[in-house]
Design a protein around this ligand. Structure first.
Ligand SMILES: Nc1nc2c(c(=O)[nH]1)N[C@H]1C(S)=C(S)[C@@H](COP(=O)(O)OP(=O)(O)OC[C@H]3O[C@@H](n4cnc5c(=O)[nH]c(N)nc54)[C@H](O)[C@@H]3O)O[C@H]1N2
Ligand SMILES: Nc1nc2c(c(=O)[nH]1)N[C@H]1C(S)=C(S)[C@@H](COP(=O)(O)OP(=O)(O)OC[C@H]3O[C@@H](n4cnc5c(=O)[nH]c(N)nc54)[C@H](O)[C@@H]3O)O[C@H]1N2
Ligand code: SF4
Ligand SMILES: [Mo]
Length: 659
């Protein structure tokens, strides 16, 4: 029997592999033996006809790919990199890479090629939360753990659909509810998550800042905030108090679409709850004001003092299995490594550690900037930007201007593969080993369960080959993932709150490690939390008579994003039709649309054809299309948050036509 961990979502469930069977690990603290359909079906996805099994190359994206050798393919890429100015090279990584993969790619890009254009799809996912945590509590540090729900009185889920996106955690929420936990769900859709709520608040899309500001203002006005905590541990209180004197309360409540009674019922529960966790995900992060939405939410915890104690705190629910580990390593272009930035001192420390003098001192391009930056080489690994970036028609135009696009993928049917020149076959989950950090800082180990397909290589090894092709054999002389992990462990000593040196790599699979367990104070220089006054600036795309609907996009339980691993003929667990667009019955009636009708959804940027699913679980004038519909981003808007540069995926103005 081998113990390993699921490679899908940020919950990071432990599992056991016995000959050819996968089951949940009953001794594992997070899932206690249970797995969701994705975890159970991990093995199925290793063995499908759509695996990418050999390197492929072509000169032009209109040509057919030809099978190539590793040697030749790496040569072509290395030669191109050597002749390209470093600021014209980009690495587009993924929160699904293992920590060792991330470490090597980051070291190669930032440390030796000398470009900080090393970013990740987490930019489209977590970057607003990263920025908000840094601003308010001083570091990209999640100060709550999932198990805290058992010590809490109230769990608020804002823009998070745990029933479909963090399934096993959702089961734990249901268990905690039996023990007395109250649950509030804030979502424009009455989701499966909302079904377990004590109070469901059908908020209007994009008005979460108003909602959280209403809470903060009331806490201050009614003197219900924690005065002692604020006096001793919090900055900017007077400023916030003064700013709140002039906010238009009635207008704010109106914007949320909630009634006075709904808010009062909620506020009564809120103020009578001693321990509170507020969890959120894409409903807040993916926004032109994603950082501000996070800050408005975190403000409430700073005012009440519901932070850094059991059963309390602002809990960002990371989506991908190792988005957190990637951030720790330094996989965002806006940081260098181990949570260090591009200040002189940090560059000096990291240069010394890596024994290099090539590190550039300014942040690199973000994933959401790379395609329009006239790059000459773009290396994409474990993610599918043509599928996942907003405003796809423009993405397709831009990617065609890049002379060399390299895609490293374990499967052959991504959308990006249509625009690449070189395809390199990676070994997927089960065929490789390495570590990952889940959404609440638990470091676990994926184990190799089956032989690696002959020509496939783990992602770290592919970056190592590339490093060697560029002449850095000595600096990238790793024999296995353990050696890389141990170097990374050593590196975490450069950051005073992140030391991971006590972990034993060999014991990790059986004994996960939780880092930062003892951090119970703010990580800002003055050890105080920072309040920020933020306002809903209504910056998202406006609806009008021509485009009267707001489009939401999001997860369904059994599918993983583009579906290369989950939308397979052999996967028997499809509990939901994938091709649909939810629409409210009143809107459908006005448009004379019946359930199942073929419809065209159109935005200013593109269109797609799908089927109407009429349901009163969605607010009027709002639509929902699951992201397993690969065409979804032909519709979405490429507006970005000005600080995090995360896209405003959830607020595109659209209209519907019957086909
Ligand atoms: N099954 C499955 N699970 C997954 C994934 C997957 O592909 N499939 N992906 C993983 C990843 S990478 C991520 S990031 C997470 C995402 O996890 P979640 O964010 O929980 O999932 P989403 O479905 O994107 O939707 C979030 C909710 O936000 C709501 N929402 C939209 N706009 C607003 C708004 O303005 N305000 C509020 N309050 N709510 C709003 C939507 O209606 C939706 O129900 O899931 C992870 N888990
Ligand atoms: N409209 C809309 N767009 C969105 C979102 C949304 O909510 N709405 N969410 C955004 C978010 S939060 C995210 S995280 C992104 C996700 O978007 P992507 O990251 O593009 O989605 P995936 O389908 O998970 O892509 C992972 C890729 O890695 C490949 N792969 C699998 N295993 C391996 C391996 O071991 N090695 C390598 N090298 N490759 C492998 C898979 O075949 C797949 O092509 O989408 C973003 N885009
Ligand atoms: S909840 Fe997440 S980690 Fe757990 S089995 Fe499901 S996909 Fe895997
Ligand atoms: Mo994500």
């Amino acid at each position: 029997m081998i113990k390993s961990v699921c490679g899908y979502c940020g919950v990071g469930c432990g599992l056991e592999f016995d000959k050819d069977k996968l089951i949940g690990d009953v001794t594992y603290p997070i899932n206690e033996g249970s797995l969701c359909s994705k975890g159970i079906s991990e093995l199925i996805s290793i063995d499908t006809s759509t695996r990418l099994l050999r390197p492929h190359i072509r000169d032009n994206i209109n040509d057919e790919y030809k099978v190539s050798s590793w040697e030749k393919s790496i040569d072509i890429i290395a030669n191109k990199i050597k002749e390209t100015p470093k600021d014209k090279i980009g690495f587009y990584l993924s929160g699904q890479l293992l920590t060792e993969d991330y470490y090597i790619a980051n070291k190669l890009g930032k440390g030796f090629i000398g470009t900080n254009n090393v970013d990740t799809n987490s930019r489209t996912c977590m970057s607003s939360a990263v920025l908000a945590y840094k601003k308010s509590i001083g570091a990209d540090f999640v100060p709550v753990r999932m198990n805290d729900i058992f010590k809490s009185d109230l769990l608020i889920l804002a823009g998070a659909n745990t029933a479909e996106a963090h399934v096993v955690f959702h089961n734990q929420i249901k268990k905690a509810k039996k023990g007395g936990l109250k649950i509030v769900v804030i979502d424009p859709r009455y989701t499966d998550t909302a079904k377990v709520a004590d109070i469901y608040l059908p908020i209007k899309v994009g008005s979460d800042i108003d909602f959280f500001n209403l809470i903060s203002k009331r806490l201050i006005d009614d003197e219900l905030y924690n005065k002692e905590f604020v006096d001793n541990h919090i900055n900017n209180f007077e400023l916030l108090k003064n700013k709140f004197k002039r906010v238009p309360v009635t207008k704010m409540l109106k914007r949320t679409g909630l009634t006075h009674e709904q808010f009062e019922d909620f506020f009564e529960l809120y103020t009578s709850s001693e321990n509170i966790i507020t969890a959120w995900t894409m409903g807040l992060n993916q926004s032109v004001q994603g950082v501000d939405k996070n800050l408005a939410l975190i403000n409430t915890h700073l005012l009440t003092g519901n932070i850094f104690k059991d059963g309390n705190g602002p809990l960002s629910l990371t989506g991908q299995p190792n988005a957190m580990g990637g951030r720790e390593v330094g996989g965002l272009s806006t940081m260098l490594a181990v949570h260090l930035g591009f200040d002189k001192k940090s560059i000096k420390k990291v240069s010394k550690f890596w024994k290099t003098d090539k590190i550039d001192n300014k942040p690199g391009l973000t994933a959401t900037q790379m395609l329009e930056a006239n790059l000459d080489v773009l290396i994409i690994c474990h993610t599918d930007p043509v599928y996942h970036l907003p405003n796809r028609n423009r993405v397709e135009e831009l990617i065609q201007n890049i002379p060399m696009v390299v895609e490293i993928n374990a499967y052959s049917n991504s959308e990006t593969s249509k625009f690449a020149h070189v395809l390199l076959p990676a070994a997927p989950w089960g065929e490789k080993e390495g570590t990952q950090t889940n959404l609440d800082r638990t470091i676990t180990k994926q184990e190799k369960l089956t032989r690696t397909s002959i020509e496939c290589k783990p992602d770290w090894e592919i970056f190592k080959l590339l490093a060697c092709g560029l002449g850095y054999e000595k600096e990238f002389d790793y024999a296995n993932t353990k050696e890389i992990f141990q170097e990374y462990q050593e590196m975490t000593k450069l950051n005073n709150y992140m030391d991971m040196s006590e972990i034993s790599y060999d014991k990790l699979a059986a004994q996960p490690f939780i880092w930062g367990k003892d951090i119970k104070t703010f990580l800002t220089p003055d050890k105080k939390g920072n309040l920020f006054f933020v306002e809903n600036k209504l910056l998202s795309e406006k609806t009008n008579l021509e485009f009267p609907f707001i489009l939401l996009t999001g997860r369904t339980r059994d599918q993983w994003h583009s579906g290369t691993k989950t939308n397979l003929p052999k996967t028997l667990l499809k509990y939901k039709e994938l091709n649909f667009c939810e629409i409210n019955p009143e809107d459908a009636e006005i448009l004379n649309i019946k359930n199942g009708d073929a419809i065209k959804v159109i935005s200013r940027r593109g269109e797609l054809t799908t089927k109407a699913l009429i349901t009163d679980t969605i607010r009027e004038k709002t639509l929902f299309i699951p992201i397993s519909n690969r065409d979804v981003n032909y519709l979405t808007n490429d507006l970005l948050d000005r600080e995090s540069l995360q896209p405003d995926y959830n607020h595109s103005a659209t209209r519907i036509e019957r086909v």
